[in-house]
Design a protein around this ligand. Structure first.
Ligand code: BTN
Length: 326
């Protein structure tokens, strides 16, 4: 009910009467009044005038279920929203919900994670109040080997959303880290429950460094935040909603062909390593080459000194710039 009331307040130019809200939501005037009080306590400035009703004068800069819900413009993604002030890991919670049969597109958001997970078994530092930790559930009808391509589409959505919402120029470090100023601002962890040929569900978890000012020692050299790069704070709820909007667009395109043919060109335009020398950290031996883009399965195309082009699979290797992280 709070999300609906906030959405109506935001969409109404001027006053909305208490009676209109009661009729739309089938609740009492007292219930409406209570929600208005709660919203005011959270920092929203609401004008209440007898015989006119309520008018939103100023929205609060908060990340709550109601604020996120009122900003969501998607068709299906994030329409079922679960918010935790604190949880172990949004990926763990999304997997739990998926196993219990939640609808596709269910989005889990937390203000803080106490067991945030990174790739390759690493942890993901997740302090409160500054960053985005979110995971969503997908149930695509694709073979399991295609799941990693979804992650590339998620990276694109983050880059597009950050640029559109904040104006910060960002890029992708293959396969799906979003980078700004040569450092990482976002990591993505996709996990899957599948049998040999069928995916039960995919959980894509996205961590974005939004307003963080400090990083743990071990990542200080390679990590930054949007806020640090811009020199001002950014609204997390707006960025989440925008990322969801763009993911829907890219995911639809991906599902049309079940590969990245329709996304390849735009992905390459975002690729920070394109036509640059990269070092491929292959467990079988590191080598260098020039990054020439991706193929339609999302493999990185690396041109070796002799001219041969190698298609590098994510998961097997990691790629670094020659002079730094990107
Ligand atoms: C990486 O190592 O680059 C991937 C990091 C992914 C972190 C996000 S934060 C939200 C979601 N929940 C987790 O526990 N991990 C992902």
């Amino acid at each position: 009910m709070k999300t609906r009331i906030l959405t109506i307040l935001k969409e109404t130019d001027g006053f909305v009467s208490g009676q209109e809200l009661c009729d739309a939501l089938h609740v009492s005037r007292t219930a409406v009044w209570k929600v208005m009080r709660q919203l005011e306590e959270e920092g929203y400035v609401i004008e209440a005038v007898r015989n006119k009703g309520y008018r939103l004068l100023e929205a609060a800069d908060v990340m709550t279920e109601a604020e996120l819900g009122s900003r969501m413009k998607t068709r299906w993604l994030g329409r079922n929203l679960v918010y935790f002030p604190e949880t172990d890991s949004t990926n763990i919670q999304a997997r739990r919900l998926a196993a219990e049969g939640c609808p596709e597109g269910t989005l889990v958001v937390a203000d803080r994670q106490n067991a945030g997970k990174g790739r390759r078994g690493r942890s993901w530092a997740s302090p409160s109040g500054t960053s985005i930790y979110m995971s969503f559930v997908l149930k695509p009808d694709i073979p399991p080997y295609c799941a990693s391509m979804v992650t590339l589409a998620a990276g694109m959505a983050v880059v597009k959303a950050v640029e559109e919402e904040t104006g910060l120029e960002t890029g992708i470090k293959w396969p799906n880290d979003a980078v700004a100023g040569g450092k990482k601002i976002c990591g993505i962890l996709t996990e899957m429950s599948a049998e040999l040929e069928t995916i039960h569900y995919i959980v894509t978890g996205i961590g974005i460094n939004v307003n963080q000012k400090e990083f743990p020692e071990e990542i200080r050299e390679s990590a930054t935040s949007i806020g640090l790069e811009l020199g001002r704070e950014v609204n997390r709820s707006a960025l989440i909603a925008k990322t969801m909007e763009w993911f829907e667009v890219y995911y639809d395109k991906f599902l049309k062909t079940k590969d990245l043919s329709l996304l390849k060109e735009e992905y390459e335009s975002m690729l920070a390593n394109l036509n640059r020398q990269v070092r491929v950290l292959d467990p079988a031996g590191a080598y260098e080459g020039i990054c020439r883009g991706i193929d339609r399965e999302g493999r990185l195309l690396v041109e070796l000194p002799g001219g041969e082009v190698k298609a590098v699979m994510s998961g097997e290797v990691s790629v670094r710039g020659i002079y730094g992280y990107v």
